[in-house]
Design a protein. Structure first.
Length: 367
């Protein structure tokens, strides 16, 4: 308790002699307010909420139990600690008081030293709760500020990225380029578009978290999306010596095949990109990541790799920041995939074991 602040205690008792005893015990350290009945106590608590209430139980018209019940039912006074002070000594009486929300129980006649010790204890606990609530609010504000800064940064990144994207387009108009040069410029252009998609998706992810994303669903060919994602992840698979295979209803897709779902191209691209990247990074060398597409209603997409999810992560696999032992892992890939699948009107789940590896299955509305 700081020197410039005196905690305010409301003492409620219908016997003036008991009020005088409490006043003599506490007035040197605390600011006191006195009430001789329940209605007055409730009015005083609402007009100028105390830090703690010492409450007699046996009072006419409105007993202490009812006063406590009303204090706890009002959000403005619900957090005020209540200590019952009573001559009632039965265990049932004490239990009933604690069930109503009281924090302690003092029996009359009260030892002044015990009263002071109990009051100090509960005021310290009250201050600790207030400090913790303040710190939590500061953390929330810091998190909101960080997210605001990140959103602004992502938005501002789009301007220079747009300029970068225009350079390959202009160079590709020249007629003196060989095939290799054209291929490299096209890869630069595709990478720039992929970066733009990532930036746009991160902004959309925030809206999904807030529940304010407005889906504009239309027919999307997931085979086309997988082709683009596969091109982007080709170097990752090569570096890890992991192959990537796509199966449509159990067979390799043929020219002209399609796998149509109802959704948004960017959301599907980001979701599958996250799941396939995770699978490539988790797969052991010289293995294959397999994406199985199964037509139906709903349509199903299953991404399988032979790596197993660590046991300590399985219960929170789709939670934000859930990761374990993964270099540079953020724990956002499966989290964003879950949000995206739900935003698209579908669902997501997974199975994992040391023997069978890991399969993440997404169900999406068919077009």
């Amino acid at each position: 308790m700081s020197a410039d602040h005196r905690h305010r205690i409301l003492v409620v008792d219908d016997t003036p002699a008991n009020l005088r005893i409490m006043a003599d015990t506490l007035r040197d350290e605390f600011e006191l307010a006195m009430a001789t009945n329940g209605p007055d106590a409730l009015d005083m608590a609402n007009e100028n909420p105390p830090d703690l209430v010492l409450l007699d139980i046996m009072m006419p018209d409105m007993d202490g139990y009812e006063v406590c019940r009303r204090l706890k039912a009002d959000p403005a006074t619900a957090d005020i600690p209540v200590i019952f002070v009573t001559a009632m000594g039965e265990v049932e009486d004490e239990t009933h008081g604690l069930e109503l929300g009281a924090v302690d129980y003092l029996r009359k006649p009260c030892n002044p030293a015990i009263v002071q010790a109990r009051v100090h204890t509960h005021l310290h606990l009250l201050q600790a709760r207030r400090d913790l609530a303040r710190q939590n609010e500061e953390l929330k504000q810091a998190a909101r500020l960080r997210e605001d800064v990140e959103r602004i940064s992502r938005h501002d990144l789009k301007n220079p990225l747009t300029s970068i994207m225009s350079v390959p387009q202009l160079l590709l108009m020249a007629d003196n380029l060989d095939e290799h040069q054209r291929e490299m410029l096209q890869r630069v252009e595709e990478s720039a578009y992929a970066m733009l998609g990532m930036i746009n998706f991160s902004l959309d992810l925030f809206k999904m978290e807030q529940g304010i994303y407005k889906l504009q669903a239309k027919a999307v060919d997931l085979l086309d999306v997988l082709r683009r994602v596969g091109n982007e992840l080709e170097s990752l698979g090569r570096s890890r010596k992991v192959d990537l295979a796509v199966l449509l209803d159990g067979s390799e897709p043929k020219a002209g095949d399609s796998f149509m779902i109802l959704g948004e191209d960017l959301l599907c691209h980001s979701m599958l990109g996250n799941l396939m990247r995770n699978a490539l990074e988790a797969a052991p060398p010289d293995s294959t990541v397999t994406v199985r597409l199964e037509r139906g209603d709903p349509a199903r997409v299953a991404v399988h790799n032979m790596g197993a999810v660590p046991p300590e992560v399985r219960e929170r696999f789709f939670e934000k920041y859930a990761t374990a032992g993964k270099e540079r892992g953020t724990g956002l890939g499966t989290y964003s995939a879950r949000l995206t699948a739900e935003t698209l009107g579908g669902g997501i789940g997974f199975e994992s074991s040391e023997e069978a590896g890991t399969t993440v299955t997404v169900e999406l509305p068919k077009a």
